[in-house]
Design a protein. Sequence first.
Length: 366
Amino acid sequence: MIKISFSKILLLVFIFVQQTVLQAQSTIDSILPVRGLSIAVPTPALVDSFVTFINQELAPRRVNTLILRVDYHYQYKSHPELVDSGALSLAEVKKIVNACKQHKIRIVPQVNLLGHQSWANKTGKLLTAYPQFDETPHVKMPATYKWPNPDSLYCKSYCPLHPDVHKIVFEVVDEVCNAFETDAFHAGMDEVFYLGDDKCPRCSGKDKAELFAGEVTKIRDHLARRNRQLWIWGDRLIDGRTTGIGFWEASFNNTHRAIDLIPKDVFICDWHYERPDKTPVLFAAKGLKVATCPWRTPQTAVIQTNDMVAFRQHSTPQMRQNFQGMIGTVWAPVSAFFREFYGKQPGNTSGNTFRAMFDEINKLGK
Ligand SMILES: [Zn+2]
């Protein structure tokens, strides 16, 4: 009799604990379905520490989405000419993939398409190997980079109408998605300032919103044929003048009308770092799924988290499903981020923002 009661009690305790865990999971999922971090891939030397970071910092905070900025830091077999320094092997990638699988974290690898094909005075791998894809070949890379500059050079772009560019970048996209075993890919596409250049023989005179939307659609269609979803940053889809948001985190080059031209299943990462702009409402009202992406201002990230939860609570079912969640961003290399994060450097840092944002998410999701 006592034995039976004891085993029954154990079973009841087990069921209770399991139900509590499942209930907590469904509460946080209903409050914010997407809870993420966007960060560069580590160098090979930091892969094991990165796996520890996933196990000890991401999983306990209930992070379920990891945007990994890979670019050409992977040993692509399809395009060895594009492989950059410090590139991960397939075995190193699998260590990250397995850690994420264990904690049910969805990986979204990122390779910058269209824009961000150079940084400061350094041309990126794609345009170094294939200079014919350069949208602005007449803009020479400066010996020392300064902003502002006479060419308004921030980052180079590839020409979206070059007939040979997509075969190459899509082989890269397919390989990175296969390596990371994922059903979502992030194409970047932020801060594209060089687009439809007057001197480009293919793009000159074309509508920039149509050029931008055309490239988004082409990438989306390629991914959709493989049952994968396209993610992009949102800045080119916001009217920077009318909103006063400016030319970095919104568009001054007439691309914003593309918001009505792109397919509705493109996922938008809406980044605002200093001010909690209410732009998720803009995307959600256009039928696009959106997550807010803070960087290094903890107070802003906490407001943005509460905004996102409130948007979901006070919306129609049609809009609610579009407000997807929060994704913190880290723009330093992983080594510098780890120094800051584990060194508990005070103040406005991406590490403190990540901590504050997830403290708030987990408080609201209790
Ligand atoms: Zn062009």
